[in-house]
Design a protein around this ligand. Structure first.
Ligand SMILES: [Zn+2]
Length: 214
């Protein structure tokens, strides 16, 4: 843990949520917060270490770093599934890519207007999803996918990894035939999302690529 902290000195650029150190080492100063004994950056900027007083603070970046806020629409990738929650790595806020690393939590109760049996009927790890930030309680981005335009944008077969096709009441893999469930956005398979080297194109061109590969 210690080699991750800001012991190396002042002037490091950090993004909101960056780990700065533990409270045994430092007192959290301006632009930081402590959670379970660890100190994190609350804003993006440069670290300021006061070794005399053992204080760590952040000198905020002049231009505000884009961070998720309540009401933000975000696009992300499902990184982990828990029993009633999906953990989502946020890639974009609105149309803007992020410089920092943010994650959000989607609870089963915030996933759909209708009753859902299991969070695994909402999304699965690897899916690309659009959601809205509904609260930031305990500094966690709580997400919702209730609205029609929210939900899974691209889903991948849990058996073979191919893009799932949306049929009327189910999602089906054209490659292996597996049938799955998702809470999809109304434009499932059509959104264009780019995340560095990963490009998710429209359904048509994705299908063409599949055919080209076959
Ligand atoms: Zn499949």
């Amino acid at each position: 843990m210690k080699n991750d902290s800001v012991n190396r000195g002042s002037g490091q650029w950090v993004v909101p949520g960056s780990f700065l150190g533990v409270i045994e080492e430092f007192t959290p100063g301006a632009g930081t917060y402590a959670d379970k004994g660890k100190i994190f950056a609350n804003v993006g900027g440069q670290t300021l270490l006061d070794m005399q007083n053992r204080t760590v603070a952040i000198f905020p970046a002049t231009k505000g770093v884009k961070v998720p806020q309540v009401g933000s629409y975000v696009v992300g990738q499902v990184s982990k599934m828990q029993s009633k929650t999906a953990v989502i790595r946020i890639l974009k806020i609105g149309k803007e890519a992020l410089s920092g690393v943010f994650s959000g939590l989607l609870y089963i109760s915030d996933a759909s207007q209708s009753y859902v049996d299991s969070i695994h009927d909402v999304c699965k790890a690897g899916d690309i999803i659009r959601a809205k930030v509904i609260s930031q309680t305990n500094r966690l981005n709580h997400l919702s996918t209730v609205e029609r335009q929210l939900g899974v944008l691209y889903a991948f077969c849990s058996q073979c990894g191919h893009l799932l096709q949306q049929k009327r009441y189910k999602m089906q893999c054209d490659n292996c035939g597996k049938v799955e469930r998702r809470k999809t956005a109304e434009d499932y398979g059509q959104a264009i999302i780019s995340d560095g080297d990963k490009e998710y194109e429209s359904k048509d061109s994705a299908q063409k690529q599949e055919r080209a590969r076959d």
